[in-house]
Design a protein. Sequence first.
Length: 127
Amino acid sequence: MSPYADLTLAGTTIDTRRDEDPLLSREALQARIPDYTAGHDAALALISPIFADLSGLPPLIIQAGTHEVLLDDAVRLAQRAISADVEVILDVTPGAPHVFQAYQAILDEGTAALDRAGRFLSAHLAA
């Protein structure tokens, strides 16, 4: 859900969705990178999954909203997974902000996304 998959912040929506995202910004994310990387290169595959070999991963559902700066991370992660022959569903919700699923009590879009994720998990766990 709203993956932060590229700590190099190279995704285009980090800038193009700046005015739509009420929660995140390039500056806010940049400030937290050293906490996670501990001095290592943010482009390392173990730090930024966008650069990892995703071969062998189980089926994925990646959800994001169109109003978040990390939208491009979700799209590029899905593309990388597809390139690695990983089954993936990219579920993009129009008008939704970062981690909108957490606001399911007040956002119908959050409830619907959680339902879709639940159906995805149930189908794959039953198989």
